[in-house]
Design a protein around this ligand. Sequence first.
Ligand SMILES: C[S@@+](CC[C@H](N)C(=O)[O-])C[C@H]1O[C@@H](n2cnc3c(N)ncnc32)[C@H](O)[C@@H]1O
Length: 270
Amino acid sequence: MSGFSIDWLDLREAADRRARDKALRDQAIEWLEAGVAPHQNPVVVDLGAGTGSTLRALTSPEQQPLTWRLVDNDAALLDEAERRHGETHRIEPCKADLALLTSLPLEGARLITASALFDLVSEDFLDALATKLKALSQQHPVGLYAALNYDGTTHWTPHHPLDDAVLAAFNQDQRTDKGFGPALGPDSGAVLQRLFTQVGFKVYSASSPWVLDGADQAMVTELITGIAGAVADNPDIEASELEDWVQFRLSNVSTGTCTVGHTDVLALPA
Ligand SMILES: C[S@@+](CC[C@H](N)C(=O)[O-])C[C@H]1O[C@@H](n2cnc3c(N)ncnc32)[C@H](O)[C@@H]1O
């Protein structure tokens, strides 16, 4: 499975859904619906939308109709989102490179959302996004709900002697350029909070870890091979030791556990 394949996004979605902080998600929905005139259709712009997991996480049966502007640079993911939701939601697919922030269609949005995205971006990107949302909010208040920002922590049971070294190497890889300049990786949640506070937003945050066990073994298997692939070229890890770690981890997927830390952030204009 590639990094953002439909299969991988589907595989992780149940764990993502369990992990999202419910109070912060509900607060985001309240913001979305508050202050919108009757018969007006609030617009949500989902950055790095994939197949629409944020739409699914924020949708409830009693909700007023929303317009979902889904932004991604992967046409296959956007097509899949439209196939899944085009008949039940107002979908505006938008194929665009998020790195070109100034050209993104953010106008008129009540809420900007993202999930599992901001650990890929640079501090400069988030700085520009905070400035942009501050400016947009002068005319039309717009909030940001950013879920599942990886925080650099991963705990496995049972323990393996290479766990810490693999995590350190993985976190190094998380900081490499993913198309936006040096990636924030584990710092994304803290940097988001700092930058949006600086431009005057009221910022809320909550922990949102993946808590995985034998019921998630298909996902954990992919996670193990994904981590191994990301650290394979790291000079601090011997290939034979890494192979031993992978075999040990795979042999424990049905009985072991894995907790991966994330932070959810909600930033609302003061
Ligand atoms: C980890 S996935 C998360 C997808 C979705 N938000 C979810 O939680 O299932 C990251 C998403 O960001 C998109 N993405 C990554 N870099 C991008 C870029 N430069 N421009 C637009 N989309 C990008 C990928 O195509 C992918 O859909």
